[in-house]
Design a protein around this ligand. Structure first.
Ligand code: NZQ
Ligand code: ZN
Length: 381
């Protein structure tokens, strides 16, 4: 086991009605909030109305930036930051899914700066301060509500980069599973796939930590036991709550303590599919995982086998890969590009390889060569 430090400063408020406390909490950070939202769902799932009512009751003035898209782009982030600067916001409140929370994180470090948020994301500048950030989560998937990462796209550069910095932790996150009751079946499934993928990125990271491995397995089991049930019963609060809790735990540090690293190779492949074809994040992972496991099965058969034994009670790597593909397919997630509606002809594969090269696709532990990229691209067809 490696030495480790446990630090997670996010105060998480979980359960029905927790947003009623948002206003009181916000008074700790000033008088005016920049609210950041997506493209409409927050206005229909109750999260905006409840947040607004609580903020108003506490005397917090608000300005609203609406329009963050799924697979968020830097132009929207920069526009919202400009609004926050002009309006002299004291804090940023994200109301939405991972795309909104991630954007709000970069907005919060960009407002005090005089340049594009991309300069932080690409590492050319370091943030020195951030406006306090509060998130009101409406979709169970990314774990952004309790971590210090944000993923943003730069379409002209064909890059989608995950950026991490201590200043990105939200101060508070409000998770009311009720807000997720209306998430459509596709995004519900993508969220479940994403939390499984985060657990797998941890499982295939470097280093040995048996208790951490058990946490990882438990989170995957939770998703597999209750995810398909939830898709059949989307209005079931208890199932929504289980999945929301699991998604937060899958990427808040719990799955890495004592290990050297996670891997993130599959996410880096998935980000290329999103930047090129705007494939939703979770769907990009259900396409990339089978191909990645296929590539790795002769390199790390034991690790795949051990995973299979814990999750499916099968140990043969081919069988384990098949079981994961079946799980994703049963949730109606694509496991190939063609299932995602992409005609992966030679031209498209060439473009994909170029984007993989630009984004330096590979894992922290399992690096990937140009030949690996070619094999991955072919087997995702
Ligand atoms: O735009 P709106 O109208 O809000 O609609 C969204 C969007 O269309 C909708 N939605 C959200 N909550 C809803 C709802 N629809 C109905 N009812 C609700 N309650 O769902 C769609 C997808 O939303 P999005 O925020 O894009 O999804 P997700 O939470 O999966 O976030 C994906 C983004 O997070 C990044 C991904 O790369 C991707 O850009 N990730 C962030 C990570 C992190 N910060 O740690 C790690 C992840 O691996 C991931 O990379
Ligand atoms: Zn993810």
């Amino acid at each position: 086991m490696e030495n480790f430090v446990i630090y997670n400063p996010v105060k998480l408020h979980f359960g029905q009605g927790v947003v009623s406390k948002l206003g009181d909490v916000a008074t700790n950070f000033g008088k005016k909030a920049l609210i950041v939202m997506g493209r409409g769902s927050a206005r229909s799932n109750g999260s905006f109305d409840q947040s607004y009512a609580s903020l108003k009751a506490a005397g917090i003035e608000v300005v609203i930036y609406e329009g963050i898209r799924s697979n968020p782009i830097i132009e929207d982030v920069d526009q919202a930051a400009e609004m926050g600067r002009k309006e002299k916001a004291d804090m940023v409140i994200a109301i939405g899914g991972g795309s909104v929370v991630d954007s709000a994180k970069i907005i919060a470090i960009s407002i005090p700066a005089e340049h594009s948020g991309w300069d932080f994301v690409d590492g050319s500048k370091k943030p020195s301060k951030a406006l306090p950030l509060i998130s009101v989560l409406t979709l169970a998937a990314t774990g952004s509500e309790m971590n210090a990462y944000a993923v943003v796209q730069h379409n002209k550069l064909k890059k989608k980069i995950g950026y991490g910095h201590q200043l990105l932790y939200p101060r508070h996150s409000f998770l009311d599973p009720e807000f997720t009751l209306g998430v459509p079946p596709d995004y519900t499934a993508y969220g479940i796939a994403d939390l499984v993928a985060h657990s797998l990125e941890a499982w295939f990271g470097e280093g040995e930590s048996s208790l951490t491995d058990r946490f990882i397995i438990s989170i995957i089991q939770e998703a597999m036991d209750y995810g398909p049930d939830l898709l059949k019963n989307p209005n079931n609060y208890q199932l929504r709550a289980k999945i929301m809790y699991a998604a937060t735990m899958a990427l808040n540090g719990l799955t890495v303590h004592g290990k050297k690293s996670q891997d993130w190779g599959v996410h880096s492949i998935g980000h290329c599919l999103s930047v090129l074809w705007d494939i939703p994040h979770g769907a990009s992972l259900t396409i990339a995982y089978p191909a990645w496991l296929e590539l790795q099965k002769s390199r790390i058969p034991q690790r795949i086998s051990e995973l299979g034994k814990c999750i499916f009670q099968v140990s043969e790597p081919d069988k384990v890969i098949e079981m994961f593909s079946t799980f994703f397919s049963q949730m109606n997630c694509p496991v190939t590009l063609s299932q995602a509606g992409i005609k992966a002809d030679d031209g498209a594969i060439g473009e994909l390889l170029e984007v993989m090269r630009i984004n330096k696709v590979g894992g922290i532990f399992h690096t990937l060569s140009d030949e690996d990229h070619r094999q991955l691209a072919r087997s995702m067809r």
